[in-house]
Design a binder for this molecule. Sequence first.
Ligand code: SF4
Length: 337
Amino acid sequence: MSDIVLPAASAISSSSSQTPLLEITNLKTYFPVKSGLLSRTVGHVKAVDDISLTIRPGETFGLVGESGSGKSTVGRTAIRLTDKTAGDVHFDGIDLYNISPQELRRLRPRMQLIFQDPYSSLNPRVRIGDAIGEALLDHGLAPEHEIRDRVQDVLSSCGLSSYHIDRFPHEFSGGQRQRIGIARALILNPDLIIADEPVSALDVSIQAQIINLFSHLQETRGLTYLFISHDLSVVEHLCTTIGVMYLGSMVEKAPRDELFKHPLHPYTKALLSAVPIPIPRLKRERIVLKGDIPSPVNPPSGCKFHTRCPFAMQRCIEEIPQFREVAPDHQVACHLV
Ligand code: SF4
């Protein structure tokens, strides 16, 4: 990721006094587990279990954690693509779960989701220009005769050429396909983009180009991002604030620089130990966690991380650590802190 050229996070976050664009409060998203002939509910997958976060206009919030930690479900629930079980979500001051389907449809263009693999959401028989332009038609945001020009503009903003408009998805490389995914979201002129692992499938050099594109678009269009990744080195370059999730819960949240300089939770420290340092003589000691992330159907008692934590003690098995502020804007859930 050494080719990334980005402004300091403090420069991105010049809007701390503004009303939040996205405010998630005590969000829970549970999925029923059914069993038997009568398909009875025998338990719940607690994918998201009491998460709160705030993103102001122009900011980027990085949500990190291993696969299965519930990050993607937070993203989908935040824009009402998945139903919540409890809690509140406000988008630009509007209670997203308390509006009519018509109002929600009117808001949809302002909240867009970018996937890890845009290829899977593209019809192989539909030309890129039509795939990007159809959202404009669906939402009635442009007359048909303007669509081609609008698509060419957005392709150019995303680093693609105007002749790409008539090509099919299989004619593009992985990085170009992600640019197409970004163009599809961008054509609706959104305020908020939820980017779910948008660079994890790409080579490192291409990752840097796409991260730079995200940054450039944020500067030129004032976009706000919820950036989801399993890799702290990806969010390091783009985010104002970082939240670390484990098994549906937030275990640490802090401004980017604070989190990288003073990580407090053992899980954050383990994730950070995997981030390469660009100076070869400085080596981080790698912390390898034992075992896999437990099942969210039956999470461990007390601190959910106790089955893998090198510092676990009896209290960790019995008592849930509170998520509390230990320094300005720095919150953590651990009995040791
Ligand atoms: Fe480890 Fe205990 Fe802290 Fe959980 S509460 S992270 S098990 S020390």
